[in-house]
Design a protein around this ligand. Structure first.
Ligand SMILES: Nc1ncnc2c1ncn2[C@@H]1O[C@H](COP(=O)(O)OP(=O)(O)OP(=O)(O)O)[C@@H](O)[C@H]1O
Length: 227
């Protein structure tokens, strides 16, 4: 693990009207590390993840990625950085329903300028790695929840992002399927060297991480090493 954190959130504050979602929240993740953000419902986990990913802008505080201040960038620059350096996995996959699973995984590469052939070849390899080659030609609606989440993981990793953000990635799955998705997800992320920032309520999901940070009342109350 590198000494310097890859991504640092410092003293973030963010209010939604009267609701103080983040109050001096501080967290960091190193390259290749899996960080789990735990904590009760409404404590600010998702808001913190969205700020770390440059999707939400804090009212105060700073997010630094590879020595670049995300909070000081123009929107275009931040969007470009999200597209090229970050990957995302959410609870319900958010795959494009009209495309096949294979086309869904190829899409980020196509948007990045890859040829159709190269993108599909790479997507095929990722589906195989996530053990869902059998749904390649199916639309997401024809795949099971667990298969859909594996496809979503493949789509998030296909561009080899430096950081993958996952918000309750197995929240809609049963324990067995959820565990398998987490195993495959974390193993694949470790292979590519990606850092993972993961929001979860479930200790068994967090058990796949290297480190846990507990979010309470908009602050990161405690960080502990799982391994
Ligand atoms: N877009 C929004 N508009 C208004 N309030 C919001 C918005 N997003 C979050 N909040 C509020 O901010 C607080 C933190 O929400 P957040 O979703 O970050 O918590 P969480 O820990 O991820 O919760 P959960 O585990 O239930 O998803 C909550 O009080 C929530 O109601």
């Amino acid at each position: 693990m590198a000494d310097e954190p890859l991504l640092i959130a410092e003293n973030l504050q963010l209010s939604f009207g009267p609701t103080m979602a983040l109050e001096h929240a501080t967290a960091e993740v190193h390259a290749g590390e899996v960080l789990a953000l735990m904590g009760p419902s409404g404590s600010g986990k998702s808001t913190l993840l969205h700020c770390m990913a440059g999707i939400l802008m804090p009212d105060a505080g700073r997010v630094t990625y590879a020595d670049r201040d995300l909070t000081a960038m123009h929107d275009d620059e931040r969007s470009a950085l999200r597209r090229t350096e970050f990957g995302f996995v959410f609870q319900f996959g958010q795959l494009v329903p009209e495309l096949t699973c294979l086309e869904n995984v190829a899409l980020p590469l196509r948007l990045g300028g890859a040829s159709r052939r190269a993108a599909l070849r790479s997507a095929e390899a990722w589906l195989e790695r996530l053990e869902v080659s059998d749904v390649a030609g199916k639309r997401p609606g024809q795949a099971s929840g667990g298969q859909g989440q594996r496809v979503a993981v493949a789509r998030a990793l296909v561009t080899r992002p430096k950081v993958v953000f996952a918000d309750e990635p197995t929240g809609a799955l049963d324990t067995v399927n959820g565990d398998r998705v987490m195993q495959l997800f974390v193993a694949a992320a470790r292979d590519t060297g990606a850092a993972v920032v993961l929001v979860t309520h479930e200790p068994r999901v967090a058990a796949h991480s290297d480190r846990e940070a507990v979010v309470r009342d908009g602050r990161v109350r405690q960080q502990e090493f799982v391994r």
